[in-house]
Design a protein around this ligand. Structure first.
Ligand SMILES: Cc1cc2nc3c(=O)[nH]c(=O)nc-3n(C[C@H](O)[C@H](O)[C@H](O)COP(=O)(O)OP(=O)(O)OC[C@H]3O[C@@H](n4cnc5c(N)ncnc54)[C@H](O)[C@@H]3O)c2cc1C
Ligand code: SF4
Length: 476
């Protein structure tokens, strides 16, 4: 522990965010880097607990007290190495992770956890500032070939771990750039994309072959992969969106959140928006985002930057409490009202509200009819007399995802699914088909980047163990 009295002397101080009126004018990241002195002072607050509860929160098992101490002592090179021991992409989690580690930090008992995410981001930034990331290629090659399908955080982490274990990895991605939701879902104002390119360069140096623009299950059938590779890892995400099949759904002006977010991410990257889809732009429009979660928030921030006239975000569930309820004590994730940076930019928010129909003459959306709802014995009931019409020119559906997309590789390989429609896996990531593994949202359902990285690492260990098994053991 750096300073045994650090947490008594130094208050928690988060990174600054750029002022709202400035940041909505551009697409750059809104969080400003904390100075080295500030990060060191924050790291000094870590108590190096006998039982570090922060570990309970972190799916990656990050060695948090160790790197807090190293940062406090200015031993950044060692901190980079300790962080890299458990996390392939700290530059990503340091930006977009909701930091369950901070929620379970012992200092959160009095609402002042160590700023673990800030320290992580700072370590990653200092590594990136030293120049190109140094590849760590395997010393011994195994001669085994692994196909990874889908280049989100799960596929990237699995690929890097497998390459470092000495296997030849080909990462297939149907989009024209690598990164999955890191590239095409999460907006630049939360995470600029240059860090992905730098990491890809490192992975290429470690022997990973990237094959963007290849949809497995279409151009290349799933069975072909099984024939050409010794193992196949499916990390295709859970991208089938939840729809709202109510009257008026067919009107022009109603889109899934991801259609909107992908287009904007492509524009920022200087790529053409898919010629087959109509441009979706919020400029001059009353925008209503249906769904109060993170995807909805990203639509809110994107709409403001595009110049929307107004942005309203609707949530079906009741407004959460401002403080923890007794039934939800530390170190559990606090179920409290959160306000995202995008919501802070001026969104009107409403809870316990349901949409009954979309309205609009001539096929063009002009508004939506809503009604208040209440939970009665666990069932959602409409409150009579609370119907109202909300003007809207653009509605973005951000009500979550129902699971992996169907009608492709899952059926071709005959994979067994779980009760929620995700690919069923064992702890090693093995699916019902020998030699086929799955990880990330495709087997967990839509989740978090940190879980996808953790799953990617876990499946890589499972594949590695399977590949090293004698052939007879595999057959039987
Ligand atoms: C808008 C949005 C914002 C989010 N923000 C955050 C956040 O701030 N913090 C956080 O922790 N989590 C966030 N999440 C959740 C997080 O992004 C996901 O949990 C995570 O990306 C899952 O990783 P994955 O690798 O399993 O899948 P994905 O990132 O979805 O990647 C799957 C990849 O597989 C590709 N693919 C699919 N089918 C095929 C095929 N047949 N052939 C080839 N390639 C294929 C897809 O094109 C995609 O690139 C967000 C999610 C969304 C939708
Ligand atoms: S729980 Fe908090 S104070 Fe304790 S070791 Fe982890 S980060 Fe440090």
């Amino acid at each position: 522990m750096g300073d045994p009295r650090g947490f008594l002397k130094v208050p928690r101080e988060e990174e600054d965010e750029r002022p709202v009126d400035e940041r909505v004018q551009d697409w750059r990241e809104i969080v400003e880097h904390a100075s080295a002195e500030q990060v060191k002072a924050q790291a000094s607050r870590c108590m190096d607990c006998g039982i570090p509860f922060c570990h309970q929160g972190c799916p990656l098992g990050n060695l948090i007290p160790e790197w807090n101490d190293l940062v406090y002592r200015g031993r950044i090179g060692e901190a980079v190495a300790r962080l890299a021991a458990t996390n392939n992409f700290p530059e990503v989690t340091g930006r977009v992770c909701p930091a369950p580690c901070e929620a379970s930090c012992v200092l959160n008992i009095r609402d002042e956890p160590v700023t673990i995410k800030t320290v992580e981001r700072s370590i990653a930034a200092q590594e990136f500032a030293q120049g190109p990331l140094v590849p760590r290629p395997a010393q011994v090659r195994t001669g085994k070939r692994v196909a990874v399908v889908g280049s989100g955080p799960a596929g990237l982490a699995a690929s890097q771990q497998l390459a470092r274990a000495g296997h030849s990895v080909v990462l297939f991605e149907r989009d024209d750039r690598i990164g999955g939701l890191l590239r095409y879902g999460i907006p630049d104002f939360k995470m600029e994309k240059g860090i992905l390119d730098a990491r890809m360069e490192q992975m290429q140096g470690e022997g990973v072959t990237f094959r963007p623009g290849v949809a497995i299950g279409q151009e290349v059938p799933g069975e072909q992969l099984l024939h050409d590779f010794d193992a196949v890892v499916l990390t295709m995400g859970a991208r089938a969106p939840r729809d709202l099949p109510i009257p008026g759904r067919q009107l022009r002006g109603i889109h899934f959140a991801m259609e909107f977010l992908v287009q904007q991410n492509r524009r920022i990257a200087g790529d053409p928006v898919d010629a087959t889809s109509r441009p979706i732009v919020a400029r001059g429009k009353h925008v209503v985002v249906i769904g109060g979660g993170d995807t909805g928030s990203d639509c809110v921030g994107t709409s403001f930057r595009q110049g929307a006239t107004s942005v309203t975000q609707l949530e079906l569930m009741p407004k959460p409490s401002l403080v923890r309820m007794p039934a939800n004590p530390w170190p559990e994730w606090p179920l409290v009202l959160r306000t995202s940076s995008s919501q802070e930019e001026g969104a009107a928010r409403d809870w316990a509200i349901s949409t009954r129909s979309f309205q609009g003459p001539d096929g063009q959306l002009t508004g939506l009819e809503t009604v208040r709802v209440t939970l009665d014995g666990g069932k959602m009931q409409h409150v009579a007399g609370t119907e109202q019409v909300l003007p809207a020119d653009l509605v973005l559906l951000a009500m979550g995802f129902v699971g992996p997309e169907r009608g492709g590789v899952i059926e071709q390989l005959g994979l067994v699914l779980d009760a929620r429609g995700n690919i069923r896996t064992e702890a090693s990531g093995a699916t019902s088909v020998p030699g086929v593994f799955a990880a990330g949202d495709v087997s967990r359902g839509q989740s978090l980047v940190v879980w996808a990285i953790a799953d990617g690492r876990r499946v890589a260990a499972g594949v590695d163990a399977w590949l090293r098994k004698p052939a007879l053991a595999k057959a039987g």
